[in-house]
Design a protein around this ligand. Structure first.
Ligand SMILES: Nc1nc2c(ncn2[C@@H]2O[C@H](COP(=O)(O)OP(=O)(O)OP(=O)(O)O)[C@@H](O)[C@H]2O)c(=O)[nH]1
Ligand SMILES: [Mg+2]
Length: 427
């Protein structure tokens, strides 16, 4: 009950912590206890947070894990489908999940009209605190002294509970006080409005398509082991519950391909993520950074202007070539040109190995899932730094205007994109 006085007039959210493990009788009893203490109403304000995320099968999302157990499905349903996963020990960086969780809470509070969970008992506590506050003018002091007062209430409460069964506490009107506590966050607005849009760019055969598949957690892009460019057309895929759109592109500097044709195809990728990408992932291999690689970077700069680096992250594939125990930033800093490039990209670089680092348990750094989580954090941070905005230029703005007009006419954004693109290529 002390926890209640601490967040009077009532909590915006109950975070119910569970482990990624079998949902047994014991877990079920904990849920029953929560119901007994706070009534069924509490679940409307609840989010399930699973810890020990490293126990989650690499190929599964937390919702898939939940769907394997009838009781968990039922519980998740009660909680409006809200659940997240973290790992406090092995996932050094839980920020992505925590941001998602905060976003979920934010959305839930909005759904509740900014209100919080409140029952008669909680309001009684609040009334007492308010009375005491006016008397002592110190809310903190009074919260402490009210704890003593609440012991009586708490006893009454436990007596009620001990009578057994699921106790339905009287529901009372929600607090009229504006209870919404989060500062406006452009990232949340962006996440709500549209998925994160990401374009993969790089030399032929660096592993763009295979990495793209890892990023969206599905085999959508065709992987090709031949010496020639496997990907000839841009392809977009929106996955991870619509949170991310990844656009795969053909390899740059393909001697066999007409330059104008390639350029037009790369520009097509921009259309796929109109009004513009939030991030360009420049895919390189862990190998010598020679003239050819430099030419690729120059090409990217010529295509998108030097503004591109403000939105870019370097992703190194073939991480296996990185000496054991070394970090990608160390590798980058050994080469003057690479270091310069990385600096232009705000020091944002990550490493994966599409062949050997899937499900790598031995070294948490040499693990694609870990690296992808880190990469998503980096992208989110970069988007925040860029004020929630995306890469844009005049051409893109004009294209977006046309798409919007066409969408109004045809009623379908997809169709509109296609006809705008057809019009562009005919000119
Ligand atoms: N060893 C190793 N092989 C990789 C890695 N990433 C990709 N490959 C292999 O490299 C080849 C090319 O991979 P893709 O993903 O098709 O490369 P891409 O950059 O999309 O190639 P293009 O579309 O032709 O430009 C395939 O045989 C992949 O299995 C990696 O990290 N390590
Ligand atoms: Mg490809």
């Amino acid at each position: 009950m002390k926890s209640i006085t601490e967040c009077s007039p009532g909590p915006h959210a109950f975070l119910i912590l569970l482990k990624v493990e079998k949902y047994t009788e014991q877990e079920s009893q904990v849920i029953t206890k929560i119901r007994e203490f706070f009534s069924e109403e509490a679940f409307k304000y609840a989010v399930l947070v699973f810890t020990h995320g490293d126990q989650l099968d690499e190929s599964k999302t937390i919702k898939e894990f939940v769907r394997e157990n009838e009781d968990l499905i039922e519980l998740l349903d009660k909680c409006g489908g809200r659940c997240h996963v973290v790992d406090n020990k092995y996932w050094n960086n839980n920020q992505f999940q925590i941001r998602q969780l905060l976003y979920t809470i934010h959305e839930m509070v909005e759904q509740h009209g900014g209100g919080c969970y409140t029952i008669e008992m909680l309001q009684a506590v609040e009334r007492n605190i308010q009375k005491e506050t006016t008397r002592t003018r110190s809310r903190e002091e009074t919260a402490a002294s009210k704890n003593k007062i609440k012991i009586t209430n708490s006893r009454q409460h436990s007596q009620q509970v001990s009578t057994g069964g699921s106790r339905k506490l009287p529901k009372v009107k929600r607090s009229s006080q504006p209870a919404f506590v989060f500062a406006p966050n452009p990232l949340w607005d962006r996440m709500k409005a549209a998925p994160l849009r990401v374009i993969l760019l790089g030399k032929i055969g660096t592993g763009k398509s295979q990495f793209g598949n890892a990023l969206i957690e599905e085999k959508v892009f065709e992987v090709d082991g031949s010496a020639y460019s496997g990907t000839s057309k841009c392809q977009a895929a929106t996955k991870r519950n619509g949170e991310i759109t990844v656009v795969d592109t053909p390899g740059l500097l393909d001697n066999r391909r007409d330059e104008a044709d390639l350029k037009s195809e790369i520009m097509n990728s921009m259309l796929e993520c109109s009004p513009g990408p939030h991030a360009f992932l420049i895919v390189l291999k862990v190998e010598k950074f020679n003239e050819h690689e430099k030419q690729i970077i120059t090409k990217i700069k010529n295509l998108f202007s030097k503004k591109v680096f403000k939105y870019a992250v370097l992703v190194f594939t073939h991480g296996d070539q990185l000496a054991e125990g070394r970090k990608i930033k160390e590798f980058v800093s050994e080469n003057k040109d690479l270091k310069e490039l990385s600096d232009k990209c705000g020091g944002r670089c990550h490493v994966v190995d599409n062949k050997y680092w899937n499900n790598n348990q031995q070294d948490p750094y040499r693990n694609n899932q870990f690296q992808i989580r880190q990469l998503l954090n980096t992208i989110n941070e970069m988007v925040e730094q860029n004020g929630g905005g995306c890469y844009n230029n005049e051409l893109l703005q004009a294209v977006e205007r046309n798409i919007r007009e066409e969408t109004k006419r045809t009623g379908s954004r997809e169709e509109a994109k296609k006809s705008v693109w057809d019009a562009c290529t005919l000119n």
